[in-house]
Ligand binder design. Structure first.
Ligand code: HEM
Length: 508
């Protein structure tokens, strides 16, 4: 979600490199650790610092750099000092031992403009207001009870997905597009109580895809403030303004509709299990819940937007990679299908309770998140005070990148890390909940992801259903070795090409 992770556009890098090359021998500085206690750092160029080292897939470039400079290194993206961590010990120290010191988020002009002055949970600065929002989210919106209460929404939408694939009658389907629609529809119903199809369900889909595209852009002003005018010149500012206004008017409309429905029906629902997230926030406000009352309308809107922005693309990316890896590994696909069909067998129907019992499927999800964490460089943090990391001094205001992708492929931790082998997690206690630092796709510590239960419930049910109802094949003439598993650039790293596969209905 943060612009800081976005791939620098080729044209911009080209221009920057040209300017930088002219003055290279005048300014190039070798700043590798010269003094004890100083973080190792690659040489940087004038103005852009180390931006040119990011490449189109930053998690790969940073992993390669760390082989040379070590598990913790200092880079400068424009004027922004950034510590990059690529080891389990470094991640554990930053997110556990020194979690408080690393609990800030770097300033972002994009989140300022899209998330109501960064008054949401994900981009908020660490402090009282963030704590308040976090309590609201963890206790009321994403609590295990609340996540369970949305079960019927997940089951309904997954059943709709299954029907769509059946309707294709064995023709190839665009699985990527279908999974995007699934995650977006689930979040939409959970957050707003409706898919707003009367407005054109696709309106929300396109809003969210534009939001995701815009969040992946790279505003120069955040890194090289005096070049900020380029953001205006290249149309970025206009695009951001437009989507911010469209999203705001949509959320305003939803809030008004919910408020008037409650007023009109005097609808103080006792059965909160049917409430959507907007209902919950409004009812907490009505009940004079101190945390919600003092949040203010903009923060309430920003929290709703957060659920979408943080919850849809991440879950979609994980499921797309899981299906792609299973297609690429027929033996693992077969084993997962056998498990799903065996567990469902006697019950006859596949619900969330059954999905919870599928140990191999859970291992498939872990293995997918190990190889393809949706945020390969997590979500940037920032130091709120001077601190230490692996013996190095890290000043207040330093950005922190944790390369979760590199941790998941560390040869010192994992046997044959490049291979997709879900069975490594069978009888293994390693989990992704933030205690085992070799596997932290959801981050860890006080700013760790509060949506894990929500995401896992959706992924388990959707994947189990896809494996239960269909036998999967590649389109006619395509061989497993020809599958394109390359990654797209962006803040969340999805499959570069859509996953097109054929689902043959299995009669149960
Ligand atoms: C596979 C799915 C998901 C992945 C991989 C994921 C990953 C992450 C990561 C890496 C962070 C930053 C953690 C840190 O700084 O330590 C994060 C934060 C966050 N996530 Fe998720 N997430 C997922 C699903 C969700 C869902 C479904 C929701 C809500 C519906 C959600 C809401 C949030 C929020 C609100 C934050 C910000 C927390 C804060 O700053 O206090 N996420 N997520």
């Amino acid at each position: 979600m943060s612009s800081m992770l976005h791939t620098v556009s080729l044209s911009w890098v080209g221009a920057s490199l040209l300017a930088a090359t002219l003055s290279l021998f005048l300014f190039l500085r070798w700043t590798a650790a010269k003094k004890p206690g100083q973080l190792p750092t690659p040489p940087r160029l004038p103005i852009i610092g180390n931006l040119h080292l990011l490449g189109s897939l930053a998690h790969h470039s940073l992993a390669r750099l760390s082989e040379k400079y070590g598990p913790v290194m200092l880079l400068h993206f424009g004027r922004v000092p950034t510590v990059v961590v690529s080891s389990v010990a470094g991640a554990q120290e930053a997110l556990k031992t020194r979690d408080l010191a690393f609990s800030g988020r770097p300033l972002s002009s994009l989140s300022d403009r899209l998330f109501y002055g960064s008054q949401d949970l994900a981009f908020a600065q660490y402090g009282g207001k963030w704590r308040q929002m976090r309590r609201v989210c963890v206790l009321h919106l994403l609590s295990p009870k609340q996540v369970r209460s949305f079960r019927s929404v997940r089951e309904e939408e997954v059943a709709r997905l299954v029907d769509c694939i059946r309707a294709a009658s064995g023709a190839a389907v665009n699985m990527s597009a279908m999974i995007i629609a699934l995650t977006c529809d689930i979040l939409c119903k959970v957050a707003f109580g409706s898919k707003y199809t009367e407005e054109g369900g696709s309106q929300i889909h396109s809003l969210m895809s534009e939001l995701s595209a815009v969040m992946g852009m790279f505003p120069l002003r955040d890194h090289i403030p005096w070049l900020g005018w380029i953001d205006w010149l290249n149309g970025m500012d206009g695009r951001v303004k437009k989507i911010a206004m469209t999203i705001d008017s949509f959320i305003e409309k939803v809030l008004e509709q919910h408020t008037s429905q409650r007023g009109g029906n005097n609808n103080d629902k006792e059965d909160s299990s049917m409430d959507d997230l907007v209902d919950i926030l409004i009812s907490l406000d009505d009940k004079e819940d101190l945390d919600v009352m003092s949040l203010g309308r903009d923060s309430i809107k920003a929290i709703i937007l957060d659920m979408f922005a943080a919850g849809t693309e991440t879950t979609y990316v994980a499921m797309e990679w899981a299906m792609a890896e299973l297609m690429k590994h027929p033996a693992e696909m077969k084993r997962a299908q056998e498990e799903v069909r065996r567990v469902v067998g006697p019950r006859g129907n596949l619900g969330e309770e059954a999905a919870k019992e599928m140990q191999y499927l859970k291992a498939v999800i872990k293995e997918t998140l190990r190889l393809h964490p949706p945020f390969p460089i997590l979500f940037p943090r920032q130091t709120v005070e001077d601190t230490q990391l692996l013996g190095y001094h890290v000043p207040q205001g330093t950005t922190l990148f944790i390369n979760a992708w590199a941790l998941g492929r560390d040869v010192g931790t994992w046997e044959k890390p490049e291979e997709f082998r879900p069975e490594r997690f069978i009888d293994d206690v390693v989990d992704f909940k933030g205690q085992d630092f070799q596997l932290i796709p959801f981050g860890a510590g006080r700013r760790g992801c509060p949506g894990i239960d929500f995401a896992v419930a959706t992924m388990e049910l959707a994947l189990a259903s896809l494996l239960y109802h269909f036998d999967w094949e590649l389109p006619e003439g395509m061989r497993v070795e020809e599958m394109d598993m390359s990654e797209s650039s962006g803040i969340t790293v999805r499959k570069k090409s859509s996953l097109i596969i054929v689902g043959k209905t299995v009669s149960q």
